[in-house]
Design a protein around this ligand. Sequence first.
Ligand SMILES: NC(=O)c1ccc[n+]([C@@H]2O[C@H](COP(=O)([O-])OP(=O)(O)OC[C@H]3O[C@@H](n4cnc5c(N)ncnc54)[C@H](OP(=O)(O)O)[C@@H]3O)[C@@H](O)[C@H]2O)c1
Length: 283
Amino acid sequence: MKILITGSESMLARDLMPVLKENNEIIPLSKQEMDITQKDAVIKNIKRSAPDIVINCAAYTKVDTAEEERGKAFQVNGIGVQNIAIACAEMQIPLCHISTDYVFDGKKSKPYTPFDAPNPLNVYGESKLAGEKYIQWITNKFYIVRTSGLYGRGNNNFVITILRLAKEQSAVKVVTDQICSPTYTLNLSAGIKKLIESGSFGIYHIADDSGSGISWFDYAREIVSMAGIRAEIIPVTSEEFPRPAKRPAYSVLDTEITRLSVNYTPEKREVALKKFLSTAKRF
Ligand SMILES: NC(=O)c1ccc[n+]([C@@H]2O[C@H](COP(=O)([O-])OP(=O)(O)OC[C@H]3O[C@@H](n4cnc5c(N)ncnc54)[C@H](OP(=O)(O)O)[C@@H]3O)[C@@H](O)[C@H]2O)c1
């Protein structure tokens, strides 16, 4: 397949492209090469490249800043996605789009399935939900892939941040009351590959296997312990550690439908983390 990837400099795309490259032709487009908020440029670029599918990795991902930059978040995660969906619909090609666990309000205590109703608590989640809706209004050839707590190549993720803080400080405060399912971008990439080869359009959840979930606090402890770093991880509540954007208390993703539909079985979180730590050279 000829696969066009938007946001090709994102953390996810950096792992996704090598995974797809094995038996596909990749057309990577960075923000500089194609700003997804520019409708004419998006349509022109996608038509000129004539891909078999587009995978959208471009996004506004600054969860806290989004509270003050509502317009910018919606421009990229809503209108930008609308532009790509229009181009894909005109060309009658599928769109694979990446979304988030933050579309949910966290009121459940069991993992969220693709059939649960979204109800985002923050602007980032609202803007990502807008993108999901535009896709469903505009085209019927789509894979919407919701994922959670991504880590992979790059500096801007929880695992790298905890490792850095644990080395810089003797004690690191981490919240106990947000339960999630952290996911290695390399594993998400393998799941995306299976999905786009399936032709089974729909909304899917892909996350590493954390059972019924893990708190960021327990996960931070797991990270430093596995990395062999001596640092105290101090439990705090979200109230004691306020952030501009409210986060769902529980946003574990249920991946059962992905397994049933495309035979993607998620890797255990601990196995994925070990793999990541052994390949990451920076620490
Ligand atoms: N990271 C997570 O924990 C997480 C969790 C759940 C879901 N997701 C979703 O997974 C996807 C990938 O996330 P990620 O963490 O890999 O993202 P990322 O590293 O933050 O990368 C996003 C990319 O999109 C680019 N971008 C921003 N505005 C753009 C525009 N108008 N046109 C084209 N490109 C634009 C950014 O460029 P600049 O940096 O130059 O602005 C950046 O290269 C996103 O859809 C995200 O919402 C992420």
